[in-house]
Each structure stands twice: as structure tokens, then as C-alpha cells.
Design a binder for this molecule. Sequence first.
Ligand SMILES: [Zn+2]
Length: 275
Amino acid sequence: MNKIFLFVSGLFLLTACMQKNVQKTAGDDGMAVITWIEDKPGPSLQPHKLYPDVPDSLWNALGLQEGVPSGMNCFLLQTAGKNILFDAGLGAPFSQLFPKLTALDVKPEGLQLIYITHFHPDHIGGLLRDGKVTFPNAELYVNRVEAEAWQKMGDKQSGQAKGVLEAYKGHLHLFEAGDTLPGGVISIAAYGHTPGHTVFQKDSILVIGDLIHGAALQLEHPEYSPVYDMDAAAARESRLRILNYARENRLTVYGMHLPDSGSIHPNKLCVSGIR
Ligand SMILES: [Zn+2]
């Protein structure tokens, strides 16, 4: 009986590990499974103009003459009976978040927790449809610094963020950086891309939001910021600090704009300082 059980669970684990969109980790409080949800189908090439400080010689040296491959992702973490969604994608006609959740047998009304890295449209667009919440039973967790910063901005810049905060106000939880959220997920400040940009750690999983936009450039040269980084100097400091932390602690990094599998193995993180 035990042999059969071991064989079946071994087979299950093997199958899961062969799927490039799924990773399992064993932590102190049991197993956690993270699944890559590619919101925008297929990687696309970011143009050079997003990185105005990068010289042509470097683009050529890196073989990135045509642009930088980039994806648009969300991630589902399943642990201790909880479904936790990290960011909600763009909510565009092409968005794959909802069909992919359905394929994972997670209905919108069955999603319990949503953790937001920051309030840019490609991360919160999927939270509302026609002004109504798309996850009616979910608790929404946002760093207090991020929520307060977007509340203070003009409506033109922050209308969508304010709409989300209002629509989810009965289910809104403002946390402080460093807080541990339900499911044993630790929030870590990574400010700069936006005022309260936050990354999340569960065991050896690190969800980095928009810490990296163009991996093929920024893994080699984390000193370069895209024009999307609202405070480039702070974003650079956060990028170095968090990537070094991931490398030293052997964390696999999951990013909302990482192409292909949406993740980077710690062996590929050779960051230490500005080159
Ligand atoms: Zn983004």
C-alpha cells in the first residue's frame, strides 16, 4: 500500500516538475506550489527607448539589437489550502488570467487572497471589469506606502488605482513592509519602481514584481532603469539589494515581466554590485 502511495506521489511530483509553469517548495508549514500565469501570450520585444541611458555598444555586445524580450505575468501560490494571486494582469482583451485560473480549477469567487506588488495598470487591470470587482470574495493586500502614494496623486495618473481601492474597500488590507501575510508570505520593501513597490517571499520563492523589466539587460547590468521606474536611483538600490538577497539565500525569482517561464534560478543571479 505504502509503495503504491509513494509511487503515485512520486509520479505526481515528477509530472508537476516537468511542467515548466509549476514549482513546488517544501517549507516549515508544508508544501507551497507556485504556478506561472502568462497574462499576455508570448514574450514581446521592449524597444531600446525604454532604456535611454544604454549605449548602442552595450546593446550590440549583449546581442539585443532588436530589443529586450519581456513577458507580462501573474503567479498563483497554493499553500495550506489557500489560493493566493500575485497581481492581476492588465485586464485587456488578450489577457489570459481568467481562462488560466479556470484551467487550474480556481474560480474567481473561490480566490481568497490577492497580494499586489504595485499599482501600475498591467498589475491591477484584472481586478475590475466595468467598474465591478472580478474577485468578489478575495481579500486584497497592498503596502500602505503604495496605497497612500497613489491616493495623493492626481486623478489622471491614479484614477484606476483609486477605483480599485474604492471597489475593494470592504476587503482591503494595508500592510507595513516586513509584515508576514496569510499563508506565511513575507512582504519586503523594494521601493523605487513605484513609491511602495513590494516583493513577496514564501520559502525559496521570491515574487519580485517589476524589479526587473528587461532581464537580458538588467541581470548583467542592474544599474540601468527603464523609464517606468518612478525613482530610478531608489529602484537601482532595490534591484541590487533584492537580487543579491535572492542569490545569497538561493531563492528562485518570479517576475511579472520575465519572459519564458517567468522565473530565474538562483544560479543565474550573479549580481553583486554596479558594473
Ligand atoms: Zn509592470
